[in-house]
Design a protein around this ligand. Structure first.
Ligand code: PEP
Length: 248
């Protein structure tokens, strides 16, 4: 497991000049944490000053294509050119609202990996899965693409984010112990491929993380950071989360 906790801000389709400005004025990175900010890609260039404060930048998605007639797509190279070194992949909102399936998600992981972008693969279960006792099966099956790809280089830059779908943007969270047991199962699955891959893998928790609750997740053995949606839209709340994560 990594020494530093990783804290990731996912602005989703939010923000504008005011939020950009408040992030530029904030001092976000602290010893003991790695911080990544994923705004809408249109703001990446303006946020590049954050790189000097040891904050990394990322995209929320990327194209499977490298270049060509793909209207609206943003390629991995373009993200790099704008200062982004990370990308989220397979967020549940993309899976549900844009019908992204496993094959496309794998292509995105491969597209990012080709240029050395760091990837955060999001996985999670629905409330129905949780209620019917099939949450683990649902989450672990989303990792099958990593095994089917049969390419250990995909793990070089990989982080996994466990985000129960019913906890995203709802104010409800998994209990830290339920999250821990899912993280342990995720790690176990990757350990079955290789000890080194499993040991070095960072696994984030996401789903209504706030300054009030983030510490309780980070006290768990297999939780190596947090993916923050709503709470990162208030920069002082996000800074609090970063501070707490730095102290855990
Ligand atoms: C997310 O966007 O990945 C997320 C976890 O959102 P929220 O923190 O708002 O639940």
């Amino acid at each position: 497991m990594a020494e530093k906790n990783l804290v990731v801000a996912n602005w989703k389709c939010n923000g504008g000049a005011e939020l950009v400005d408040s992030y530029l004025k904030a001092f976000l990175a602290l010893e003991g944490t790695d911080v990544v900010v994923c705004p809408p890609v249109i703001f990446l260039t303006q946020l590049q000053a954050l790189l000097r404060k040891n904050v990394s930048l990322g995209a929320q998605d990327l194209s499977t294509f490298e270049v060509g007639p793909y209207t609206g797509d943003i390629s991995s190279e373009m993200i790099l050119e704008c200062g982004g070194t990370w990308t989220l992949i397979g967020h549940s909102e993309r899976r549900a609202l844009h019908q992204e399936g496993q094959a496309e998600i794998l292509q995105k992981l491969q597209a990012a990996n080709r240029v050395g972008l760091k990837t955060i693969l999001c996985v999670g279960e629905t409330l129905d899965h949780r209620r019917s006792g099939s949450a683990e099966e649902a989450v672990l099956s989303q990792l099958d693409i990593l095994i089917e790809a049969n390419d250990s280089t995909l793990f070089d830059n990989l982080t996994i984010a466990y985000e129960p779908i019913w906890a995203i943007g709802t104010g409800q969270t998994a209990s830290p112990s339920d999250a821990q047991s899912m993280h342990a199962r995720i790690r176990e699955k990757i350990l079955s491929l290789s000890d080194a891959l499993g040991d070095n893998l960072r696994i984030l928790y996401g789903g209504s993380v706030s300054a009030d609750n983030c510490g309780s997740f980070l006290n768990e053995d297999d939780i190596d950071g947090v993916l923050v949606g709503g709470s990162c839209l208030n920069v002082s709340e996000f800074e609090k989360i970063v501070r707490i994560c730095g102290a855990c």
